[in-house]
Design a binder for this molecule. Structure first.
Ligand code: NAD
Length: 258
């Protein structure tokens, strides 16, 4: 369903973004992996290309307008269009609100809210000309419920859901859909790092920390695989989801059903 489509993914050297890149490549989309980590993203893209798929890797810090412009220009130079934009780059930082450094709060907001805004500002005019576009913004369960200690993350992910609705309304009559994915705990380096800190604080193994702290919160009692989020991105990017827009899709093993 996404065969031949050009997909531009941010934060794609690792975790969910990389899984999405691989899933789209296997469906014969033309994949542009971008990330702030140039070496890692180029290595990841080369591995996908070596398997016979169409994939390039570009350095792109989503908070740097010039870098974003260059990445879009290179995508248009190589592939001539941008059909699907996946705003996925993200970071995590935990602290009580009164201890939360303002500069960290601002950095998180820049990466996970202002950057998707800027990326959509650039992608929507291209998609309007094509009369077709799919935008997927990576929010989180933290975009729909609150978590103590996550002032930066929660604010950005809640804001991203509002921004998704605005973009969906503005894109609706131009063949553009805009949706947010809201995963629960997915097994990626971002979550592993959090778990390692948690395990160290409690003086237990990572597996024990999962059993004691995370699994009691997740009805399915497991971490999700990045591929499960990628499968949903594939669905939203395809023609079968053309009537789905402005939505926040929870992929959370039952977390928010409680
Ligand atoms: P990850 O750490 O594996 O990947 C994040 C990627 O973003 C990294 O490759 C990193 O280099 C890149 N990045 C960071 N800052 C950047 C910047 N300024 N410009 C460009 N790239 C940058 O994390 P992940 O778990 O795969 O997370 C991907 C997205 O999914 C994030 O937006 C995250 O908030 C969201 N998410 C993750 C989970 C989870 O449980 N892992 C759950 C819900 C939502």
């Amino acid at each position: 369903m996404v065969e031949g489509r050009v997909v531009f993914i941010t934060g794609a050297a690792s975790g969910i973004g990389l899984a999405i890149g691989k899933a789209f490549a296997r469906q014969r989309a033309k994949v542009v992996l971008t990330d702030i980590d140039k070496d890692k993203v180029q290595k990841a893209a080369a591995e996908i290309a070596d398997e016979g798929f169409t994939c390039i890797g570009l350095a792109c810090d989503v908070t740097n307008e010039e870098a974003v412009d260059e990445a879009f220009a290179e995508t248009l130079r190589v592939f001539g269009r941008v059909d699907i934009l996946i705003n996925n780059a993200g970071m995590q930082y935990l602290a009580k609100l009164e201890d939360f450094p303002t500069e960290t709060f601002e950095k998180m907001t820049r990466i996970m809210l202002t950057a998707p805004f800027s990326m959509m500002k650039k992608a929507i005019p291209i998609m309007k000309k094509q009369k077709h576009g799919r935008i997927i913004n990576m929010s989180s369960i933290n975009g729909v419920i609150g978590f103590a200690g996550k002032a930066g993350y929660n604010s950005a992910k809640h804001g991203l859901i509002g921004l998704t609705k605005v973009a969906a309304l503005e894109g609706a009559e131009h063949g553009i859909t805009v949706n947010a994915l809201c995963p629960g705990y997915v097994d990626t380096p971002l979550v592993r790092n959090q778990l390692e800190d948690l395990a160290a604080d409690r003086g237990v193994t990572l597996e024990k920390a999962l059993e004691e702290v995370i699994y009691p919160l997740v009805p399915q009692k497991r971490l999700l695989a990045p591929q499960e989020v990628a499968d949903y991105a594939l669905f939203l990017a395809g023609d079968q989801a053309k009537s789905v827009t402005g939505q926040s899709v929870l992929i959370d093993g039952g977390y928010t059903a409680q």
